[in-house]
Design a protein around this ligand. Structure first.
Ligand code: IPE
Ligand code: MG
Length: 239
């Protein structure tokens, strides 16, 4: 969710006004995704590198996170949304980690949409913490392990790999987001600043995604053959 600061600067407002507007946009984006039947939405809110920002901006962002949790969690729950946070929470103040734990606990059985917020998250951190925990559990894997051994230890083990990655704000890079999980994800980059990324912008991203062919290493001809076969099978089953 990039571009809050620039959105504010364009309006001669302080950066924090952009972050406030960014949170409002999270609310409408979550609503739009739930309405579209999207089952998993993961938002990169704060990276492990964002601590390098001026102290007052960091502390405002933390405050904003606390306020957002206090105000929104009940509404998420009413809307059958499961809330999760991934990242290294050890650096957050106890009040924030307590709110996160309560929110996760309250919403744990909800099934309509899983909303994950990545906070103090880094893709490399995730891989390292996963390997560390895996080897602690299963020291015998130190001689070699497979993807299936590691997957359960990654932060997003509860979610399928993402279909679509969207980066707002004009930058065309991953910036240490879900490095492992993005292996086959379709990438979408837009100049639109996060506070301006409205439902129409989301629709444009989804339309772009739908026009792509996901081959997962296969050839186009193989996929067409499989599609044709399944059409035939459906036809012969009278569907
Ligand atoms: C993204 O907006 C929000 C956070 C990283 C918390 P930025 O703050 O990066 O906005 P720009 O890039 O300065 O416009
Ligand atoms: Mg930025």
């Amino acid at each position: 969710m990039d571009g809050n600061g620039r959105w504010a600067r364009q309006r001669f407002l302080p950066r924090i006004a952009g972050h406030r507007r960014g949170v409002e946009n999270v609310r409408s984006t979550v609503r739009a995704c739930a309405q579209k039947g999207i089952e998993f939405l993961t938002l990169f809110a704060f990276s492990s590198e964002n601590w390098r920002r001026p102290a007052d901006e960091v502390s405002f962002l933390m405050q904003l996170f606390v306020i957002a949790l206090e105000q929104e969690v009940a509404k998420l729950h009413e809307n059958d949304i499961r809330f999760k946070v991934i990242g290294d929470l050890s650096r957050f103040e106890p009040r924030l980690t307590r709110l996160i734990a309560e929110a996760e606990q309250l919403t744990r059985d909800n099934t309509r949409l899983t909303l994950t917020v990545a906070a103090n998250y880094g893709g490399r951190w995730d891989i390292i913490q996963a390997v560390t925990r895996m080897l602690k559990d299963k020291p015998q894997l130190a001689d070699g392990f497979a993807e299936v051994d590691l997957s359960p230890y990654l932060s997003l083990a509860y979610a399928p790999e993402p279909d679509l990655f969207i980066r707002t704000g004009g930058e065309q890079r991953i910036s240490n987001f879900l490095l492992w999980q993005l292996a086959y994800t379709e990438m979408y980059f837009t100049d639109t600043l996060w506070p301006d990324f409205d439902t129409a912008a989301l629709d444009r991203a989804i339309t772009s995604y739908r026009q792509r062919e996901r081959r997962f290493g296969h050839t186009s001809e193989q996929l067409q053959a499989v599609a044709a076969e399944s059409t035939l099978r459906h036809a012969s089953e009278g569907r």
